[in-house]
Design a binder for this molecule. Sequence first.
Ligand code: URP
Ligand code: ZN
Ligand code: ZN
Length: 476
Amino acid sequence: MEKYDLIIKNANVVSPENTILCDIAVKDEKIAGLGSYDAKDAAKCIDAAGKYVMPGGVEAHMHCHCPFQGVTGKIDFDTQSVAAVYGGVTTYMDFSNMSRGQSPYQQVLERAKEMEKSIIDYGVHGKFLDATPEAVADMEKLVENGFPTFKIFMTYDVMCNDADMDVLFKKASELHAMPMVHCEDNTIATENDKKFKEAGDTSWPRFADSKPVECEAEAFKRAVGCATKNNSALLVVHTTTDLALSVAREVQKDKFPLYVETGPHYLTLTRKLYDDPQRGHLAICSPPLRTEKEQAELWAGIQDGTIRLIGSDDCSFYFSEKSMNLQKDEDGNWIEPNYMKVVNGLSGLELRLPLMLSEGVNKGRISINKVCELTSTNVAKIYGCYPQKGAIAVGSDADLVIVDMDKKVTLNQDVLHNGMDYCLHEGMEVTGWPVTTIARGTVLMEDRAFKGVDHKGKLIRRHIDAARFETCDLNK
Ligand code: URP
Ligand code: ZN
Ligand code: ZN
């Protein structure tokens, strides 16, 4: 019997700190060693010469098969986990589905059951819509049982008011739970909705105008104020503007544990997509896509360390789902296009890594080590599953992605595996592509061929290190 299950030869092993040429030995789902190994000592050997090996991606921000704004996306975790594998993601986390009055803890358990059909490992975040005594009591159960992260919305019909957010942050600070906040000011957004409705123009570009950068920055300031008041750590998801980043820079200067996420779509797409009268609504997501100015600000925020992690915010809806409340005239044009009738959300899980490799590394903006940090290591650290996930180190899960930094691919729906019927990056050429994905030592995709039919993902129960609540320095 061979000593190892798998050996990866000649790997350029990527970590946030450096890239080292060596072999990787895998045994019993774990990384058994890094060094020089004989291919004969393993049941299987992969030669990664000329390629890079990164820790499997950890995607902590997605919404799959979730009821949202009157639509439940049809795509489910079986399909999405295959798409994740093709995108080099080996662990993902989704949110519980919550209506007012439901138990946040029970809803997380429900969601964990739903996610059992995943072929990769998974975690679940809670969601709090308010701070009733029952809901607050559930936070303790969530933390104790390995679900120490929860989302709060500052807009939409699932929004939490400021007074309740204050109570939740106080409790989170006591328990070492991490609030993840969707920052958009509901008053600004709804007043703009009213204004555009009265003016009779609710076309797709008005969506971006309804939630300007100030709408996001106003809510960001309030969330940060609430966190600093309660000495609670805070993770702000899908940040898109320098107005927010400058607030973040101020508190991060004092090492306050504020973690800022942005998404690949904000780095690679712009609001020009809303100018297409036929298909502009497909790009409706919140916060809205911005301009090239904000794109440059976000890359700068990544470069200077203000933005610590990248989440795709995948919330995939078919063309028919995005259009379900719209009607066409005889010529095929939308009758009274109304952005308020379009469910918010874009796909992104499968393209998160390729876009960061191509637009980040190959365009010279950031190093591959930074991509490793943003899409894997930092995510695992902040969400509490490091070093089981997010590291190529002895004893860590053997979750690995081999990337070919020279491979060019023209994006369109045919190269993707999420089962959708359109691709917002259609026609864009990317350079840098995941070619092989290994999850807990099992090869799920090899040279772009799928091998993971029988693989079963496991629920990852998480515990966030105390340091994450004391300092935003992720090396502590
Ligand atoms: O438009 C978006 N982002 N949809 C998903 C839900 C959310 O707000 O994150
Ligand atoms: Zn959100
Ligand atoms: Zn989201």
